[in-house]
Design a protein around this ligand. Sequence first.
Ligand code: UFG
Length: 333
Amino acid sequence: MKTVLVTGGAGYIGSHTVQELIKEGVSVVVLDNLTTGHRDAIRSKYFYEGDIADTALVEHIIKEHKIQSLIHFAAKSLVSESLAKPELYFYENTVKSFVFLKAAIKGGIKEVVFSSTAAVYGNPKCIPITEESMLAPINPYGASKRMIEEYLEWMGKAHGIGWVALRYFNAAGASLEASMGEDHDPESHLIPLVLKTSLGLQEKLSIFGTDYATPDGTCIRDYVHVIDLANAHILALHAIEQGLPSNIFNVGTGKGASVMKIINESERITGRTITIESKERRVGDPNILVADNTAIKAALGWEPRYSDLETILSSAWRWHSSHPNGYRRLPHF
Ligand code: UFG
């Protein structure tokens, strides 16, 4: 692996992946338009502020750095926003990825790892979810990502590109030394919101639905540490280089934790009690999402190393408590 182009390398999962690539001695070029990413999260020597649909820029970067390998994260990823503005999601994610991947392949990219999502499954009929489960996204975010998977399938065949799409379950946690972590605006994810409540940055935590068909009535998710996710991308790139047939893999631990379990464990780790309130179910939340990770373990030798709740929550707590404003600097008075 010589030089890798990472789009969205200033975002949450992208920046952690860049950090892990650099630890392996890989040279990385980041392309990010910084609409949701953070300049302070960029860890690579080379950074281009620009859009993935700027084909002249994309071709220039690939030529300038002689790049053959690509990890494509750049995307919008707020489920609620996607329901309100489907046109934005199909344009930003699908249309721009179509344009970008065409330019990237024309420029000489031979290997692609694509950031997909468990949202392609919608409300699964069986748990754990295998890659063969029915694809029935229930929001434009999931649908916009599924279309890119299909595009890759056809582009790969036509142009001889090796690719892997990774369907993430719930990305969580932060870098172990607490220099990087989750920072969305607005924040909608459970763990950051629980910890922000512990820090007093919001008064109480809303629990969206306590009447689900789960043991404690709250939704169950498969939380996977962001460093484990990052490593899945690196293993995928190595495997493609070694001739792994193009494929799609779930990335999850195979174990679920309920919203109540996350709250209880967070209270134990932070030593702080938080105020909670029961709210209506959130539109489009499946009751249980847990991955079957047999395929990625067998094909890539991937094993989650940091995805126990203790490591996820304690790393996230160190990040949020040391960066209560995320990457944003405090205003100067
Ligand atoms: N939740 C709360 N209160 C909150 C926030 C979340 O109760 O304040 C609950 C949600 O209702 C859900 C669980 O916590 O049951 C996890 O919610 P997140 O928003 O953290 O994550 P999601 O499971 O909704 O989203 C994840 C990924 C998305 C992906 C989606 C697929 O982050 O990218 O799974 O369903 F699209």
